[in-house]
Structure formats: C-alpha cells, structure tokens
Ligand binder design. Sequence first.
Ligand code: SD4
Length: 299
Amino acid sequence: MQTIFAATWWFGRIGVEAAYQRWQESKESDSALRLLDAVVEGAAAVERDPQVLSVGYGGLPNRDGEVELDAAVMEGSRLSAGAVAGVRGVLPAIYLARDVMQHTPHLMLVGDGAVRFALQQGYEPQQLLTAESLRRWQEWRRQRTAPKEVSTERSPAEAHDTVGVLGWNAGHLVVACTTSGLAWKMPGRVGDSPIVGAGLYADNEAGAAVCTGVGEEIWRFALASRVVEAMRAGYSAQQACQRSVEFMLRRLPEVAAHQCAVIAIRADGEFGLAATQPERFEAFVCRDGAIERVQASSG
Ligand code: SD4
C-alpha cells in the first residue's frame, strides 16, 4: 500500500523526509493516528530548523520583535481539527495544535489561552528568536526609521513561507500546517495557516489541500476548501488547484502581485499544485520514500 507525503517550498524536503521516517519507525497500530503523527513530525522538523526563517524556531518576528506562531492539523475521516494562533514561546506549535484536537473539546486556542494550555500540557517556554532573526528584525527596524534608505530585500510578505505537509495512505488524508506568519506583521495578526478551510482542509471523501503565501489573500478566497470542493466535484488535484488559483486571479486581478500557492492530494492519491507566481513555487512529494521535487507551472 503506497504512502504519500507532500510539503511546500525548499524545506518541504525536510518535512517529507521527517514525515516518512516517523511513518516507518512508528509503532502506532492505528494507521490514521500513525499518518497524523507522521505529518506532524514533518512539520515539527521544519519548525525546529533555525535555517528556516518563516516557521517556528528562528522564524522572523512581528513588528515588535516577538515571534508569534500559527499552526493547525486536520484529518479527513471525522473532519477533526486542532489549531493555535498567535502563540509565543511554544515549540513545536504543531504539537500544540494536535493537542488542541486530541485533548480539548475545542478547535482553536489563541494567544495567552493557548500558552496557558501549553504549560498545562508540560511544554517548557522557549526563546524562538535566534541571533539571525533578531539581526534581521533590528535591520528592518533601522530601515523603517530611516525612510530614505532603500531596502534590497524582497518585501516581507514575499520573503515569508509556510510549511504545509499532506499525508495519504489507503484513502486516508491528513494535513499539518505551521508558520510564524508574515514577517513584521502587527502583533495579534493571524493569517490563513491555522484556519480550517482557508489554509488547510482534509476530507477523505474528496481530498486534502494546504496553502502558503499571503494569508489575507488566501483566506478571503477560502482557498484550501475551494480546492477540496473542486476535487469533490470531480476535478483532478492538479485541475482543482489550477482552477482555484485562476478564479482568484480573475476575481481579483491584483492578487497577481502576491504569492498564493496550494498543494493538494485527491482521495485516490493523485497530487497537484498551483500558484499565482508559479515560477517561484516548488513542493516535494515523497511516495514510499522516493522524493521528487515538483515545480508549479504557469497555465
Ligand atoms: C500567513 N500564509 O501567515 C502565511 C504565510 C506564508 O508564504 O505562507 N507565506 O499569511
């Protein structure tokens, strides 16, 4: 029986490798739980990597220099989900999202309430800023207070990427998504990533999708849910992603100025991806351990 993992961006490779490793080493007898643990582990590996400046430890902070994490998980048999948003000092945030799903009657906890829950669950408070992310924040602040200087860096929104990990086995679908959100965001700002239907969705009857890019644009189009509903209507994963992104661009042409990307797996295991800026988007797909880099194509 084939097992598929897929994850966004260059660090998607880290995500699918860690997911597949967990899948293979797992002693969990319930295959649905085993698959969920695998995608959570894939997302957590990216959170722990300080080289990734947009997820977890080392993620770029908000405008006040604080790292605020958003994360969510969803599984497609019971449509169960758990999410956290605006969480400070907790790592991996994706574990906490899974804890919300498995150990509370709620779907999402935010801010201080989420941190209190984390402490009750035994998480140790962590410093998520690294020397590098602190240096970048200080540089951003310096440039902001010196408006005549021109920044050569890509705009914060464009420089910021989320890891979304999809898992498929025997028709069962799961998804994990975690991010530090847009760099230099307003404190308290939440994007699409922890929002069921916007940043992620999974339904075994149709498929699963996870998004990355500018959350405000992705959210207003409920992109993950839109893609899953297109698969339910009979489109392939590739067509569903493509059609949904084309709809966004037709409905609001200015979306083309932003990166909005989605990857999807249909209930039968077929994979697809699309992006408003396809030349800048890549994903990694792992089929029974064989990893392939996939680039979005235009049109
Ligand atoms: C957000 N969607 O918070 C995330 C950020 C991201 O590529 O994925 N950027 O809006």
